[in-house]
Design a protein around this ligand. Structure first.
Ligand code: PLP
Length: 388
């Protein structure tokens, strides 16, 4: 057994990033400023988005996107039951009604046919989630959004570096579109906490920029800089969702390593696939579609509980006994008490998501994982789930 616990994820932050954080702290300018602006610019160039707005979490980004598009009471927003709670929480916080469309059991992404089934005259937006970094069937989702005049807000928290048919996730898709990324410590790059909202719509970008900073017409950087003007107006009752330069200092450096990080993620996934592929007690996640790039934020086999004779939770506990961390992404949204109690959802409503929710587990996957770490995670999995 390993002497040291192997977490399922751990950030990889360079000495250069640490030095640049210290530089921010010593400079006397630690909140939003030039490093945040630089991060927005490089990020926008990377995903090919005309406007990229840094915020303090993806949750904040999702909330702001919905506010900026004017989504609110009386509106319905369609999303997937196989996502993190923030996707649905933010729909609830703007006063709209979340509507779930069941997933495709193979891709674990929202199934466009199920989206069509739950459309109503009140539908205002679709929020697809690229689960684990595998792009959704965006051509079909975009055409539904286009035909019904809907806003498209991509929850791209898992999908930094992913591509759909040669187009990077986050690339602007027109005036009724935004994509949100997360820089939580487990994500493909981190800023500690943080997020980015990408859009091609100048008016939405402007609203987001005001809303993320109290609704003030100018941010602190413009007010307190040498050439700044001290006057501002309040245009909306805004929030406090801005990113710090301390965070952007990490982000700027992380972005330089993204391709290397994602290549290492793919390498780890390939080895998991080779060495776990023969077990009939596990169903491994599939590759992305032809011409697409998967960003492999997480590697999520299904524990085939009919064959193992024990539950997914038991698998996780046995891995823990071997000092190997795993995680659960995700319990299906509709099974959480708040959502079940308030939206009338119950077991049986989204059978594909439930099937996955009962079996899914995330194995350790992060770029700084060594080959030995990986060998031990594989060995532990095979001991628990049976050898070939
Ligand atoms: C991580 C995550 C979020 C929230 O990101 P934060 O930056 O932690 O707010 C939202 N949606 C999905 C699918 C996520 O994985």
């Amino acid at each position: 057994m390993r002497s040291e616990f192997l977490p399922f994820a751990r950030p990889d932050i360079s000495e250069e990033a640490i030095a640049d954080v210290v530089d921010s702290i010593r400079s006397g300018w630690i909140t939003t400023g030039p490093k945040t602006q630089r991060f927005e610019k490089s990020f926008g160039e990377y995903v090919r988005s005309p406007y990229s707005m840094a915020v303090n979490s993806a949750t904040a980004g999702l909330h702001l996107a919905m506010l900026a598009f004017g989504i609110g009471p009386g509106d319905e927003v369609i999303t997937t039951p196989m996502t993190f709670a923030a996707t649905v929480n933010t729909i609830v916080w703007v006063g709209a009604k979340p509507v779930l469309a069941d997933i495709d059991p193979v891709t674990l992404n929202i199934d466009p046919q199920n989206i069509e089934r739950v459309l109503t005259p009140r539908t205002r937006a679709i929020v697809p989630v690229h689960f684990a970094g595998r792009p959704c069937r965006m051509d079909e989702i975009e055409s539904i959004a286009h035909d019904h005049g809907l806003v498209l807000i991509e929850d791209a928290a898992h999908a930094l570096g992913a591509e759909y048919r040669g187009r990077r996730i986050g690339t602007a898709l027109g005036d009724t579109h935004a994509a949100i990324f997360s820089f939580h410590p487990t994500k493909n790059i981190t800023t500690g906490e943080g997020g980015m909202l990408c859009t091609g719509n100048e008016e939405i970008a402007e609203k987001v920029s005001v809303l993320r900073q109290h609704g003030m017409s100018k941010g602190a950087w413009n007010r307190y800089a040498v050439t700044g003007n001290p006057h501002y107006d309040i245009l909306f009752p805004g929030l406090k969702y801005n990113m710090l330069d301390i965070q952007a200092a990490i982000g700027n450096d992380q972005l330089l390593h993204l391709e290397k990080f994602n290549n290492r993620r793919r390498q780890i996934v390939d080895r998991y696939r080779r060495e776990l592929g023969g077990l009939d007690t596990l169903t491994l996640p599939g590759e992305s579609g032809k011409g697409d790039i998967h960003s492999w934020h997480i590697f999520t086999p299904l524990v085939m509980i009919e064959k193992t004779g024990f539950s997914r939770d038991e698998f996780m506990a046995r891995m823990r006994e071997k000092n190997i961390g795993t995680a659960l992404h995700y319990q299906a949204i509709h099974l959480f008490s708040y959502f079940a109690d308030n939206f009338g959802w119950k077991r049986g409503d989204f059978p594909n998501a439930e099937y996955v929710s009962d079996r899914i587990v995330s194995l350790p996957l992060f770029p700084a994982m060594t080959d030995d770490d990986l060998a031990e995670a594989i060995e532990a999995t095979r001991e628990i789930c049976g050898r070939r």
